[in-house]
Design a protein around this ligand. Structure first.
Ligand code: ADP
Ligand code: MG
Length: 673
């Protein structure tokens, strides 16, 4: 099992913490340096040691060495905070509280205690840790919206060996590993997940009990090792939140071994060896701080020269907020050590860190988030927007069909009227008995065929027929050439009607394919529609052949041509009716296709579908969406579009045929529909 070293995110975090682009940017900040002056110990008092330091104010500490000249006194030292002998742990904690609690918001934090043996480091760090634990759990209680996970690990560096304080079985020399992603990690270090504040306090006490304690001449209970207790705090917003990010940060409590020189401990043998090693780590720490304090961040910083600095690398000029509490003995007998501590503290306050909020996205959360996103996109694909688009196209096609019907009715009226006129003419000039095909039936057919046409539309059709009747009556006085011309135009119109229907069907088919909604029913319907259209085309081609036959007889008299035309019209009476029937079938098939397509609001019953359809008929024609630009162009550019067809019907060929003012209304109204 591996764990990341303090300053890097802990193990068991699914992904390496990353500062997201939208997250807070890194913040440059100087290390917070405070100084704590402890009271004279009983031993010092008994030895009649003198107090050599005084707190001038909350920020300044001054020397009051009795035997030194004022000029020989070191200058006053100023720091972020200075705590006198009467200050309690609570007060000292206030000076580093903001740094410690940064970890709750995803910012790594480290609090060091630095000072000579018996200066009060362990005493201070215990107090700080206890207060921080209280505040952390107080914060957790007051932040119910977030789910907190706290883990703890503890290690000791003794004689440059790393030992797990939570697992005495792991041996005394754990390896440090360099992970390209995680940084320096301590191999096999145990990390316990904390269940509550009591559990945490218990685990911290285990760490302290495990710490190597040695006896020295300076302090019977002074520790000879560096202790690092590390909390990893991860918090995530609870469920019902779209936020999938977590804050994760480590909070390190570092109780360093005494900063005194080995010679001062009067140690020999084993003790001397310990002292040398302690100094190696502390000397490297001092060097690192010194180099960082003079702004040589770009230069070589010897973090790797000791295990202490390797493990604490991120807390020294890196991604962490750091506070150093320098502890001092006020005794004159320790004056030099205290002065050295103050020099170290002065350098340390020049070191700048670069803390940033660490956010992680766990694999589990990421999968959950991606699933949500996929579901959202799927829902978007089924949104009414696309269905609405389809509805609009169907609506447009229905309107096209209505227009085709209207034009067919117009043509039918005209044919009927012409026939009647011709019949009258024949009866007067050459009373040939003209057969009466089932044109009456055909005339009234449109009303039967289009039950959807409301009264207004029928009235409009009647009006159109009447206007045409008037027009035809007026035209009846013109030469038979005009009649021939009208017949040609009608034929042309019929041809266009077929083309129009074919085009509408092509578009419909393309749309269905485009939306991949073409189920079996729809495919069958389209096939049926295409068959019907082919049939219509076949009828037209037969008629064309007849037309060609007529056109290649230029020498025949006009009246003979006219007779032929009338006979042809008679024979084609059933053909027109046939075309109407075909159109009706097309309409029905399209209706069926419309019903087979899913409705926009996904109502499955027929009533809902009918409602949607009726609504779409009532609505004005809306522009096509971008997905159908090509088809839209087909509609617009089609030479047989409703506008161009109507214009062709009503456009007079010459002055003679120009309709009167009254009829102009028709020519204007017709394109409107
Ligand atoms: P260090 O860890 O620096 O070697 P300790 O924390 O063990 O020193 O402190 C040495 C002794 O001084 C302990 O008995 C401790 O209780 C006492 N002591 C340290 N600081 C204070 C203080 N601020 N007020 C009262 N007693 C203190
Ligand atoms: Mg100690």
């Amino acid at each position: 099992m591996t764990v990341r070293t303090p300053g890097t995110p802990a193990r068991k975090i699914d992904r390496t913490p990353v500062t997201t682009p939208g997250g807070p940017k890194s913040k440059e900040e100087k290390i917070v340096v405070t100084v704590r002056l402890r009271p004279l110990s009983k031993k010092e008092q008994l030895a009649k040691d003198q107090v050599a330091w005084d707190c001038k104010d909350d920020y300044t500490i001054v020397s009051k060495h009795p035997s030194q000249e004022r000029t020989a006194q070191p200058p006053p030292f100023t720091f972020d905070k200075v705590f006198g002998p009467s200050c309690l742990n609570e007060t000292v904690y206030e000076g580093v509280k903001t740094v410690a609690l940064s970890a709750l918001g995803g910012i790594n934090a480290t609090i060091f205690a630095y000072g000579q043996t018996s200066s009060g480091k362990t005493y201070t760090m215990r107090g700080i840790t206890e207060k921080a634990v209280n505040d952390i759990y107080h914060h957790i209680m007051n932040t119910p919206e977030r789910d907190f996970t706290i883990k703890i690990s503890g290690l000791e560096i003794y004689n440059e060996n790393v030992r797990d304080l939570l697992n005495s079985e792991s041996g005394r020399n754990l390896k440090l590993l360099d992970d390209p992603e995680k940084g320096t990690v301590v191999e096999k270090l145990v990390e316990e997940t904390v269940s509550n504040d009591q559990h945490l306090r218990h685990l911290i006490s285990i760490c302290e009990a495990q710490r190597q304690v040695g006896e020295t001449a300076l302090n019977d209970t002074s520790s000879r090792s560096h202790q690092i207790i590390r909390l990893t705090i991860q918090s995530t917003l609870r469920e019902n939140s779209d936020c999938v990010r977590s804050f994760v940060a480590s909070l390190n409590f570092v109780d360093l071994a005494g900063s005194e020189r080995a010679s001062q401990t009067h140690a020999d043998g084993a003790r001397l060896k310990e002292g040398c090693h302690i100094n190696l780590s502390l000397m490297t720490l001092t060097t690192v701080i010194r180099k960082l304090s003079v702004g040589k961040r770009s230069g070589h910083i010897p973090y790797r020269d000791s295990k202490l600095t390797r493990i604490l690398q991120h807390s020294l000029g890196g991604n962490a907020r750091t506070a150093i509490i320098c502890t001092l003995s006020p005794a004159l007998s320790h004056f030099e050590q205290s002065r050295n501590t103050l020099f170290f503290a002065t350098r340390a306050k020049e070191v700048t860190n670069n803390a940033q909020v660490n956010m992680v996205v766990s694999d589990k959360q990421l999968v959950k988030h991606l699933q949500k996103e996929v579901a959202r996109l799927e829902a978007e694909l089924r949104t009414p927007d696309l269905s609405r688009e389809k509805d609009l196209k169907i609506q447009q096609m229905e309107m096209e069909i209505e227009e085709l019907k209207r034009q067919r009715d117009l043509a039918q009226s005209e044919v009927d009227e012409l026939r009647r006129k011709l019949q009258d003419d024949q009866q007067t000039s050459n009373p040939i008995e003209l057969p009466r095909p089932s044109m009456k039936k055909s005339l009234s057919y449109s009303d039967v065929l289009s039950p959807k046409l409301d009264r207004k539309e029928i009235d409009h059709n009647d009006k159109t027929r009447k206007t045409l009747l008037r027009q035809s009556m007026r035209q009846s006085s013109t030469a038979p050439f005009t009649l021939m011309h009208e017949i040609r135009k009608l034929e042309h119109l019929q041809e266009q009607l077929g083309e129009e229907a074919n085009r509408a069907l092509e578009v419909l088919q393309k749309e269905v394919a485009y939306h991949r909604l073409g189920n079996q029913d729809a495919a069958e319907t389209i096939a049926k529609l295409q068959a019907e259209i082919r049939e219509m085309c076949a009828v037209r081609s037969i008629k064309k052949e007849v037309d060609v036959g007529t056109a290649i007889a230029p020498n025949r008299s006009v009246s003979a041509n006219l007779k032929e035309e009338i006979t042809k019209l008679h024979s084609q009476g059933s053909t027109i009716a046939n075309l109407e029937e075909q159109l009706e079938n097309v309409q029905k098939s399209i209706d069926k296709l419309v019903m087979s397509l899913p409705s926009s609001n996904q109502e499955s019953n027929g009533e809902a579908a009918a409602k949607t359809k009726n609504q779409s008929i009532k609505n004005n024609l809306l522009p096509l969406t971008s997905s159908n630009v090509a088809n839209r162009q087909n509609f617009i550019k089609s030479p047989s579009s409703s506008l161009s067809t109507s214009q062709q019907i009503m456009e007079p060929d010459n002055e003679e045929n120009r309709p009167p003012e009254d009829d102009d209304i028709v020519s204007k109204e017709t394109p409107r529909v």
